[in-house]
Design a protein around this ligand. Structure first.
Ligand code: CP
Ligand code: NVA
Length: 331
């Protein structure tokens, strides 16, 4: 199962990211040459992957459906109003039944216990497509994007060569941040989060971010502040996400007030002293309040490449967990 980035060693994470990049260039090159892309030998032919979504999604739904199709399998989208789960049937019964008929469950849930509950009773791999605590598929795509944006950093089989980079997260400590921070620490990247008091890292999740398996590379540092300028100092990459995650809509007014002053802008980066060639990431969907148009649509922004990379990250992850049964091998 893939519940969060903390399930992966630095070597496994590196392989997933490199495999995502390899598939991207091979398939795009084939398409550009007018050839039918080699679809991983139709390795999911005759198999179905259940996509259980209890929350809205554009990127995760489209990327996982498209990835299953590229592999010759049948993606079976099951929205919250399509199945009995949550209304009329328990997680245990749903998981037992769906896993008896499919090769994998990809699930977007509310509480993280819902995805671990599905995994506990499943006879097939379960992949977290976002829970309240984690979003591993997003982090794989984010690292693929960073890897592609910094070709001078040479990857090896066990490391993406990103050691020493500085990432700044300005905004809410949410599911996307927790897995991103876990990967940064694992890969030797320093990450600083600036969030208002009360919206920082919950104590129960800090040990997960810091639990970096493998002695190599030297873990990155995790730093926490309430001051956005402090976070962006010397940053190579600035990242943010919505201030109001799905399920927090009732808190919108209070959150907008709490996060005033945390919008990512060129002025903030300049004031705080970000590196001159800093880049911007955002998982999307995006709102004006957390990042202005100048940055979001500007030359530093990698957001649409990051969005596309969700497809290649999904492909590499399904390949590793469904076809290779959790053994992450370099392609
Ligand atoms: N980034 C992301 O997970 O987007 P969706 O909610 O549209 O899937
Ligand atoms: N933090 C956001 C991410 C959406 C992709 C949410 O959970 O709604």
């Amino acid at each position: 199962h893939l519940m969060s980035i903390s399930d992966l060693s630095s070597t496994e994470f590196t392989k997933l990211v490199l495999n995502a990049s390899t598939h991207k260039s091979a398939i795009k090159t084939a398409i550009a040459a007018g050839q039918t892309p080699k679809t991983l030998n139709s390795s999911l032919a005759g198999q179905s992957v259940a996509l259980l979504f209890s929350k809205r999604s554009t990127r995760t739904r489209v990327s996982t459906e498209a990835a299953v199709a590229l592999m010759g399998g049948h993606p079976m989208f099951l929205g919250k109003d399509d199945i009995q789960l949550g209304v009329n049937e328990s997680l245990r019964d749903t998981s037992t039944i769906i896993s008896s008929m499919t090769s994998c469950m990809v699930a977007r849930v509310g509480a993280h216990s819902e995805i671990t509950g599905l995994a506990e009773h499943s006879s097939v791999p379960v992949i977290n497509a976002l829970s309240e605590d984690f979003h591993p598929l997003q982090t794989i795509a984010d690292f693929q994007t960073i890897h592609e944006a910094l070709p001078e950093r040479t990857a090896t089989a066990t490391s993406l060569g990103l050691e020493g980079l500085k990432v700044a997260w300005v905004g809410d400590c949410n599911n996307v941040f927790i897995d991103l921070a876990t990967a940064c620490v694992k890969m030797g990247i320093d990450i600083t989060i600036a969030s208002p008091t009360g919206y920082g890292i919950p104590d129960r999740l800090r040990p997960i971010i810091l639990s970096s398996p493998g002695p190599d590379p030297v873990p990155g540092k995790l730093l926490e502040t309430t001051i956005p300028e402090e976070a962006v100092k010397d940053a190579d990459i600035i990242v943010t996400d919505t201030w109001i995650s799905m399920g927090q809509e009732a808190e919108a007014k209070i959150r907008l007030k709490a996060f005033a002053g945390y919008q990512v802008t060129n002025e903030l980066a300049k004031r705080g002293g970000a590196k001159p060639d800093w880049k911007f990431l955002h998982c999307l969907p995006r709102h004006q309040e957390e990042v202005n148009d100048e940055v979001f649509y500007g030359p530093r922004s990698l957001v649409f490449q990051e969005g596309e990379n969700r497809l290649w990250a999904a492909l590499a992850t399904l390949e590793a967990f469904v076809i290779n049964k959790g053994k992450i091998v370099e392609m």
